[in-house]
Design a protein around this ligand. Structure first.
Ligand SMILES: NC(=O)c1ccc[n+]([C@@H]2O[C@H](COP(=O)([O-])OP(=O)(O)OC[C@H]3O[C@@H](n4cnc5c(N)ncnc54)[C@H](O)[C@@H]3O)[C@@H](O)[C@H]2O)c1
Length: 276
């Protein structure tokens, strides 16, 4: 691609697991657009080995970290600044996990140890990342930090379980920290609320296939793919979005503004015909 929106920009991408991961697609597009970055994921995720393919493709060093561990995060930022010889420009938080979802615990029968883990991995890790970055003064002026979220933070969707609570907190952290980081360092923080996407984390959600079909029928532009999310992320990392901060931005083909579409109504009516 000819344009190099991220030429000279340096960053960290957390959460690329395999080639289906949204973070993976963002890493590929950021690289295409001239960015240099490090990759980070848990030691367990690194053992699967796929991230090495991405690392070679993007010439990006992999730095293991459990994002719930402040000392691991300090190490990721320290090592990244060593590699690039100074401050960086962007960070992607693309991390989510719920043991309650994985173990099929219903929302009115949650395991509270799992719940605390969901909150820690999927939301508090974002605060930890931001706090570590700010204390280390790791981000350049007008740097951009992004986390990925889902509309279950605002609207109840069957099956999303305690991840809905984690996403609400994640989005709130983006606003609260966005104010302080913007005021003091001109660093911006946003969340992208992405369409349901068939990834490892996404596929853990009960009824994912039906949900993907439903949101596709409901959205005037159809579901947004992981590649399209990557394009949008590149714009948010770039200088073309310098005054955008503290926002939760829907990247969902219009789903968040719909209540009923012709396509969804047609499908619903068909099922009523079958019943009668
Ligand atoms: N797939 C969807 O439908 C969808 C929709 C909207 C938002 N999102 C969000 O996008 C983000 C990325 O998910 P994805 O769909 O690409 O799935 P994914 O499974 O590819 O990515 C999730 C990542 O989180 C990492 N992770 C889990 N625990 C961690 C920990 N303790 N420390 C560091 N990393 C950890 C995993 O190793 C994995 O790389 C998540 O925040 C997810 O909630 C996904």
């Amino acid at each position: 691609m000819a344009c190099q929106l991220l030429n000279g920009k340096k960053g960290i991408i957390f959460g690329a697991l395999d080639s289906k991961s949204i973070a993976w697609k963002i890493a590929e597009k950021a690289y295409e657009q001239g960015a240099a970055f490090t990759l980070s994921n848990t030691p367990a995720a690194l053992r699967f080995g796929e991230i090495k393919v991405l690392s070679e493709k993007c010439h990006a060093e992999i730095i293991p970290a459990d994002a719930t561990s402040v000392s691991d995060l300090v190490n990721v930022f320290q090592r990244t600044m060593e590699i690039f010889g100074g401050k960086i420009d962007f960070v992607l938080h693309s991390i989510g996990m719920s043991m309650n979802v994985r173990k099929y615990r219903e929302y009115d029968d949650l395991d509270y140890n799992y719940f605390m883990k969901t909150i820690d991995v999927s939301a508090l890790s974002f605060h930890k990342m931001l706090q570590v970055a700010k204390k280390m003064d790791a981000i350049n002026d007008w740097g951009s930090i992004l986390a990925l979220t889902y509309i279950a933070a605002q609207r109840t969707l069957v099956g999303y379980n305690d991840m809905a609570d984690a996403k609400s907190l994640l989005e709130s952290i983006a606003r609260s920290f966005g104010y302080i980081y913007g005021r003091e360092k001109n660093v911006r923080i946003n969340t992208i609320s992405q369409s349901p996407t068939k990834t490892t984390a996404g596929s853990a959600i009960k009824g994912m296939d039906g949900l993907v079909d439903f949101t596709d029928r409901m959205s005037p532009l159809g579901n947004a793919t992981a590649e399209e999310c990557a394009d949008f992320s590149v714009v948010l990392f770039s200088d073309l979005s310098r005054k955008v901060t503290m926002q939760n931005i829907y990247h969902d083909g219009g789903f968040s503004s719909m209540a009923m579409s012709l396509k969804a109504m047609t499908q619903y009516n068909k099922s009523l015909d079958e019943e009668s």
